[in-house]
Design a protein around this ligand. Structure first.
Ligand SMILES: O=C(O)CCC(=O)C(=O)O
Ligand SMILES: [Fe+2]
Length: 453
């Protein structure tokens, strides 16, 4: 179960409510049953009282034996009847059918959080500003990071946990110190490993294992000269996609952007746009990326979301199917009034024919949802209508669309059109894509033999 799937998370809320409600019903039913059983017990006891027999007599007297047999059988039947009224089994079945997160689901959710932390270079205190974690929860985060060999993140989570340790915590200072020391060691930060190892030894002086480890770390300290700073996340970027998502746009980009322009466009004199020209902004020169502002209203966005919500299924990518490269849910919408109006609007603005285009594709990304760098082109031209989207050139703008050609006029792929959907950090993101095909545009975007177009 991914926490990034908004639908599943909403379901879990219902599940939690059901669980507590049925538990309360079950307790009421059991309580009634226990009362009933308590009432029948003295009745059964009374029968033996009024019908006393001693063992020797019963052994001698066949009538007494017969009466005893009858009585015991009747008691047994009563007990069976009363205990069968218990709802225990029914309730157990109910529990079996409920969709409760498994231990692996918790690990997956923690793992997703850690991925986001890595991606956006977030410390535990950054990611827990809104919702803090207690010592046990933070300890679990640390364990998952540790298992994935992400020792710096593990260390920072164990430290966070240590800070929040209380009398209610299940995890202990000893456990945390042990993991802090060991994470620091694996990260290569020996002085820190020694510091926490020493603290642990002070707390637990008879622990020989710790003593041995500590002397190993001390020994190694003199052999190794680099001691990376485990407290500070490395913000130097090695991956431009991640850096762009974090908003670390370089100076060159912003200079280039300042030169770009903004205007009202009528789509080359399209009558439908004469009185309501569209705000057109050139956001990038090569490839030419144009943003159309306010081309979809909040109301239309709501309609698209409502139509799509129940039809969404996990997005796929060509040749791979379902993949972690693209973790959204999506649907190609059949034309209804709103969808048709949006398509027509896109056609008017771009001057392209929508007849050969794909249906409007609506995508929803939950927390952590992303589409890693890719090309859309296999003879397509892309328009994206979106909410909450960070692209190469700019930040999210609700209700606007960006447009670019994935293909040169000479028909080959423009390799500069690689793009991505950054992992969602809070809330969820909706976008809509309209992919045009090269065929059908012969007269609107004629091809060219020039290598420069
Ligand atoms: O979700 C995004 O922001 C990008 C979507 C995209 O590139 C695609 O679906 O091809
Ligand atoms: Fe794409």
């Amino acid at each position: 179960m991914r926490t990034g799937d908004p639908h599943k998370v909403a379901q879990l809320f219902e599940e939690e409510e059901d669980l507590l409600r049925t538990f309360s019903l079950y307790i009421d039913a059991e309580e009634k049953n226990v009362e009933r059983m308590k009432r029948i017990l003295p009745v059964l006891q009374l029968r033996t009282y009024f019908d006393p027999d001693n063992p020797e007599k019963t052994l001698r007297d066949p009538v007494a034996a017969y009466k005893l047999l009858r009585r015991v059988r009747s008691q047994w039947l009563t007990i069976v009847e009363y205990t069968q009224l218990s709802l225990y089994e029914v309730y157990q079945n109910l529990l079996d059918y409920s969709n409760i997160p498994e231990a692996e689901d918790l690990d997956d959710a923690a793992s997703e959080l850690i991925r986001l932390q890595e991606f956006y270079k977030l410390y535990p205190h950054n990611i827990t500003k809104e919702t803090s974690l207690n010592a046990d929860e933070a300890y679990h985060m640390g364990l998952v990071a540790y298992d994935e060999d992400k020792f710096q993140h593990a260390f920072l989570w164990f430290l966070y946990s240590l800070d929040r340790l209380s009398e209610y915590s299940t995890t202990t200072e000893k456990k945390l110190l042990r993991f802090l020391s060991s994470s620091a060691y694996h990260f290569g930060s020996l002085p820190v490993a020694i510091y926490f190892g020493q603290r642990l030894l002070n707390l637990d002086p008879t622990n020989d294992e710790v003593r041995v480890e500590l002397s190993l770390y001390k020994h190694l300290r003199f052999e190794r000269n680099s001691n990376p700073d485990i407290f500070t996340l490395n913000t130097e970027s090695n991956n431009s996609y991640e850096a762009l998502c974090r908003g670390e746009v370089d100076e060159r980009t912003s200079k280039r952007q300042r030169a770009l322009s903004c205007r009202y466009s009528t789509g080359g004199g399209n009558p439908r746009l004469m009185y309501a020209p569209v705000k057109e902004e050139v956001e990038w020169d090569e490839p030419r990326i144009i943003r159309y502002h306010d081309i979809i209203s909040d109301r239309e966005i709501e309609i698209l979301k409502n139509i799509s919500r129940h039809q969404l299924s996990r997005s796929t990518i060509r040749y791979y199917g379902v993949s972690n490269i693209r973790t959204s849910q999506s649907v190609f919408l059949k034309e209804d009034n709103t969808v048709a109006r949006i398509s027509q609007n896109i056609a008017d603005i771009t001057g392209l024919s929508v007849d050969s285009a794909d249906d409007l594709n609506v995508q929803n990304y939950g927390i952590g949802g992303r589409f890693e760098p890719h090309y859309d082109a296999s003879n397509t031209i892309l328009t994206t209508v979106y909410e909450h989207y960070v692209c190469k050139c700019t930040f999210l703008i609700n209700g606007s669309a960006v447009f670019w050609y994935n293909l040169h006029k000479h028909g080959r792929v423009d390799w500069d059109t690689q793009h991505a959907g950054c992992p969602v950090l809070v809330g969820n993101k909706w976008v809509a894509n309209k992919w045009f095909h090269e065929f059908g545009q012969e007269f609107r975007r004629p091809c060219s033999l020039s290598d420069w177009e």
